[in-house]
Design a protein around this ligand. Structure first.
Ligand SMILES: [Mg+2]
Length: 228
């Protein structure tokens, strides 16, 4: 089966894996906007709310948004606070240097390029990152779980990503991700090929056997050529 589309996970896949100290990050985001004691309390509440939303999402695969996060934490997301948030995240969002050439290669072969990310962030934030790094125009369609009801590995998330790039047969799709359960198992269960980028300390899922394992994004090209 030829490859019609390649759909990428975002965190740890299109953007290299970073270990993030979430408590430190929330502290730094809140610090300029509140008195010291209030900043510490808000940072702790936001951290707890973030943990709770991810935990709830892992249990039932329902998605969540930044608005829900701030509501749950009881913190008002002012423009200034949100600006501090995106600035604090900036070093962790840099697109993998292999990506522009790889995406250009896929596009030259008429292969659709998609993104499917489990994320609280709105589309505009992700598009800002892709625009900054010169890859936004190389992406045919993207699905951010914050905009739909479900997260990976729910089949509806993968089907939404297929619709976003305009393909109908999962057998013609290759999914590339760093999470054995959410990405590899989720994609394969729907009938896609799945490629693992094992560059993060995510939990293993032994019954998911990827169709290929790559050490860096550039290595995807050889597999695509073989499958074509
Ligand atoms: Mg990931």
């Amino acid at each position: 089966m030829a490859v019609d589309a390649v759909i990428f996970d975002w965190g740890g896949t299109l953007t290299p894996w970073h270990t993030i100290d979430a408590a430190e990050l929330w502290g730094r985001i809140c610090e300029p906007h509140f008195a010291a004691a209030e900043a510490a309390a808000h940072a702790a509440a936001l951290l707890a709310a973030e943990d709770e939303l991810w935990r709830a999402g892992s249990a039932d695969r329902h998605s969540a948004t930044m608005s829900q996060l701030f509501d749950l934490a009881g913190v008002t997301p002012t423009d200034a606070l949100l600006a501090s948030y995106t600035r604090a995240w900036e070093p962790h969002t840099l697109t993998d240097p292999d990506a522009p050439e790889l995406l250009g290669y896929l596009r030259d072969r008429g292969i659709k390029i998609g993104v499917l990310s489990n994320t609280l962030w709105p589309r505009s934030w992700h598009e800002q990152v892709f625009r900054r790094d010169g890859v936004l125009d190389l992406i045919d369609g993207a699905v951010y779980s914050s905009e739909i009801e479900w997260t990976k590995p729910h089949p509806e998330a993968f089907l939404a990503a297929m619709r976003a790039v305009g393909v109908t047969d999962p057998a013609g799709c290759v999914f590339v991700g760093d999470r054995p359960y959410d990405d590899v198992h989720g994609a394969q269960r729907l009938g896609m090929r799945a490629v693992l980028v094992p560059n993060s300390d995510v939990p293993p899922f032994d019954s998911a056997v990827p169709d290929a394992v790559i050490g860096r994004l550039a290595d995807l090209r050889g597999h695509i050529e073989a499958w074509q």
